[in-house]
Structures are given as structure tokens and as C-alpha cells.
Design a protein around this ligand. Structure first.
Ligand code: KE4
Length: 432
């Protein structure tokens, strides 16, 4: 593949944008090389400015459930745009999307629209602190909830000690209100609550984490988590920004029978436009301004253009049973990848849930961030670049999740499996 125009464009971008990107993962920093500069997308494909075509498994890191520019969403945006893009005043579309979300995710009795997953989880934390009057938050290592200070925190020295900043600029005082423990570790959870339970406002978790690659909860983990938060009066915040409408139509909370106090959504809910949301039990949500004293606001929250895209996407999803269809399509793809890796003699763990999947280059099970970090990252790099050069566009990190869309055809799936067979063979050859 030729990448000359992307190389020149990326160099120029770095003259005006830090690292040449508006979100770090897009820079290919962890896999090396120059990211293709994308010119357009259609269906399952994206095209870069050098004219190269790729089958896309990034799909904007999840939002594009029906693939690029599905007619249902494009038409809705065009119609809305002709009437207005934003008013700073209530509209019918906001109520329509809110009703749709409350029906699809019944634990969300009231919902507030915001513009990014970060805003949703930041607001959810403030709400939990406002509702409980407590300051401490518990999160899990490897779960990502956006870039606000309270959650850019890494584990302190001991299992239950307060966190330390995970980025310059995060005040130590803020980091010290967050306790970080390993995902799937019920003992650590019990120890934290035994020692600090009455200081804890909430536990925030990805029910099926997708930011260390896709990692699945152990048997009984969610039941234990819900029981202990109830016992100590801490809220349970379910961050389904990624898993919402992806792991299943009702999100992972519907798969694992989780009854969260607050849920955060993003990505798919906006159909590719900036929409995210937080919502939950009515008595909790009624704390949110102007119904209650907890302040949260946003100029473009609920703007009619994004609402139109979200309504179109979720309506199409439900009416066409998209999540069900993607479940079986993804199972076929992952089955083919497993067979290809086995034939090449490359040890992998492939995790799949709904239309999300991750190929871990590991001979051992991956159950948390530590075991994800033990993967063969050099093997991943070889696999990633081989797939890219063959026209398969994957997330540029072992710690990301791949996504499938309704636009991916059986031919796309077969081509992906064939390309993976070649990529695994290159990994095997490099390991010799
Ligand atoms: P945003 O602020 O990026 O819209 O959402 C933050 C967020 C919150 N919660 C979960 C579970 C998430 O996965 C995310 C964002 N996910 C990443 C992908 N790993 C977005 C990609 C990026 O950072 O560019």
C-alpha cells in the first residue's frame, strides 16, 4: 500500500495539533507507523487519502453499529440540519431520545444527555457524591471511564490505599479520593469496603471491560459487587459507554442481570454524533439540577442534530434486531480467527461479547489488566501491521476492543479470516 499522502498530511497535522491527533489512540503510538488519514467511509469500509480501502473494525471505537453513513442516520441528520442545529432551548427530540433510552435500558428511569462519555461518567461521580454525601470512589485497574481527574488515577501502594495521579495535572488531593483495585478481584473489593466502606460514594465499573481489551467478569463477580455496595450504602455506577447496545441491546447489565443505581451511555446512542448520557433511579436523578441541587450543564447537550442521529440509530437497531444479527455474525468471525491462529500455531485468547471482540496474544487466560499486560505485544504489532497492509483496519492497541457492524458482509468476514491466517503466519515466522 502507498501511504505518501497520509505521511505528509500527518506531518502537517503535528504542526497544529498535539501529536497530530485529537485523541491519543489514533496516533498509532503503541504500534508504531503512521496512521492513514481517512477521507471517507461507507458501510463496512473506510478509505484513506491515498485511495487505500480498509474493512473497518474500529467503527469510531464503537458508535457505528450499522456501519458508516447508514441511510437511516444520514437522512435524519440532513432533515434535522435543515431545521436547525442547536437552540439552547428544549426540543421534542430530546424527550423522544430520552424515552427510547429509558425503555431500552429500564434501570434508567430518568436520563440526562451530555456530549461525551467523559462528561457522563464525571457527572455520574458528582451525582453519587451528592446523593451519598461521601467522597471516595472505587474503580478497577484497566477500566477506562474518560479523562476527568477523579478517574485518571492508578492504584496506590497497598490494595486499599488511596490512588495516585495517573497523569500530570491531576491533583494529588483528587487522586486520593479514588481507590483502584484489580477487576474480578472479590477479595480486594471486600477488603476495601471492610476498611473504608462508609467513605465510599460509589463503585464505577465497566460491566464487561473493553479498555484493556475485552475482559469478561468471573462467575459471581457482579453479584458480589452489587451485594457489597448495597450493604455499605455505596452506589453502583455501570459505565456502558462502550458495551451499551453493543454487548446486547440492553447492554451488559441485561446479560449479567445487574441492577445499577446509575448507568452511563455513549458511542452508539449518538449514531456517530457526539451524544452521551447518564441516568438511573428516579430518586437519585432528581438530585440533578434544576430538579435538584447537584449542578451539571452543557451548551450543546441534547442538540437536535445529535438527537436526530441517536433516535434514528436506536430505532433502526431495535426494529431490525441488529444486536441479535451481529451476535451471530461476530461468532462466525471469531470462530474463523480461532481456527486461523490454531493452524498457524499462534497462542491466542479471543474474547467476544455481542459485536465486540479482542484477540489477545497470550497462551494464558486474560482475566484482568495484569494478565492483559502479559500479552506478547510484539506479536500484536506484527499482526496489526500485517492486517493493515492487507486492508483490515483494527484498533492500534492490544488494549482496545474491535467492533463489528451490520454493514460487514459475509465476504468481508471471509476476507478478514483469510488475511488473519496470513498475519498469524507472519507472527509465527517472527517467533521462530
Ligand atoms: P469519551 O469521552 O471518549 O466519549 O468516552 C470516554 C469513555 C468512557 N467509558 C468507556 C467505557 C469508554 O470506553 C470511553 C472511551 N473509549 C475509548 C476507546 N477505548 C475512546 C477512544 C478514544 O479515547 O479516542
Amino acid at each position: 500500500m502507498i501511504h505518501t499522502q497520509s505521511e505528509a498530511a500527518f506531518t502537517e497535522a503535528k504542526n497544529y495539533i498535539p501529536g497530530g491527533v485529537n485523541s491519543p489512540v489514533r496516533s498509532f503510538r503503541s504500534v508504531g507507523g503512521v496512521p492513514p488519514i481517512i477521507a471517507k467511509g461507507k458501510g463496512s469500509k473506510i478509505y484513506d487519502i491515498d485511495g487505500n480501502e480498509y474493512i473497518d473494525y474500529v467503527l469510531s471505537y464503537g458508535p457505528l453499529l450499522m456501519g458508516h453513513v447508514p441511510d437511516c442516520v444520514t437522512e435524519a441528520i440532513k432533515t434535522a440540519a435543515e431545521k436547525g442545529t442547536s437552540y439552547g432551548a428544549p426540543t421534542l427530540a430530546e424527550t423522544e431520545l430520552a424515552k427510547l433510552v429509558c425503555r431500552l435500558v429500564p434501570s434508567m428511569e430518568l436520563v440526562r444527555m451530555v456530549n461525551s462519555g467523559t462528561e457522563a461518567t464525571m457527572s455520574a461521580l458528582r451525582l453519587a457524591r451528592a446523593y451519598t454525601g461521601r467522597d471516595c470512589i472505587v474503580k478497577f485497574v484497566g477500566c477506562y471511564h474518560g479523562h476527568h481527574d477523579s478517574l485518571l488515577v492508578k492504584a496506590g501502594s497497598g490494595a486499599t490505599t488511596l490512588g495516585v495521579p495517573d497523569s500530570p495535572g491531576v491533583p494529588r488531593a483528587v487522586a486520593e479520593t479514588t481507590i483502584t483495585i484489580p477487576f474480578n478481584d472479590i477479595e480486594a473489593l471486600e477488603q476495601v469496603f471492610a476498611e473504608r466502606g462508609h467513605e465510599i460514594a460509589a463503585v464505577i465499573m465497566e460491566p464487561t471491560p473493553g479498555n484493556m481489551g475485552l475482559v469478561l467478569p468471573k462467575e459471581g463477580f457482579h453479584e458480589a459487587l452489587r451485594a457489597i455496595t448495597r450493604k455499605y450504602g455505596a452506589l453502583l455506577i455501570c459505565d456502558e459507554v462502550m458495551s451499551g447496545f453493543r454487548s446486547a441491546q440492553g447492554g451488559s447489565q441485561s446479560l449479567y442481570d445487574i441492577d445499577p443505581d446509575i448507568t452511563c451511555l455513549g458511542k452508539v446512542i449518538g449514531g456517530g454524533l457526539p451524544v452521551a448520557a447518564y441516568g438511573g433511579r428516579k430518586e437519585i436523578m432528581l438530585q440533578v439540577s434544576p430538579a435538584g441541587p447537584m449542578y451539571q450543564a452543557g451548551t450543546l447537550s441534547g442538540n437536535p442534530l445529535a438527537m436526530a442521529a441517536g433516535i434514528a440509530a436506536l430505532t433502526y437497531m431495535e426494529e431490525n434486531k441488529v444486536c441479535e444479527k451481529l451476535e451471530s455474525l461476530c461468532a462466525i468471525l471469531v470462530g474463523g480467527l480461532e481456527k486461523a491462529a490454531k493452524t498457524a500455531g499462534v497462542p491466542v485468547q479471543i474474547h467476544r461479547l455481542g459485536s465486540m471482540f479482542t484477540v489477545f496474544f497470550s497462551a494464558k487466560p486474560v482475566t484482568d489488566f495484569a494478565s492483559a499486560c502479559a500479552c506478547d505485544l510484539e506479536a500484536f504489532k506484527i499482526y496489526f501491521h500485517s492486517m493493515l497492509e492487507q486492508g483490515i483496519y483494527l484498533p492500534p492497541s492490544q488494549f482496545e476492543t474491535n467492533f463489528l457492524s451490520l454493514a460487514h458482509s459475509p465476504e468481508d468476514i471471509q476476507k478478514t479470516i483469510d488475511c488473519a491466517a496470513k498475519a498469524f503466519a507472519e507472527v509465527a515466522a517472527a517467533r521462530k
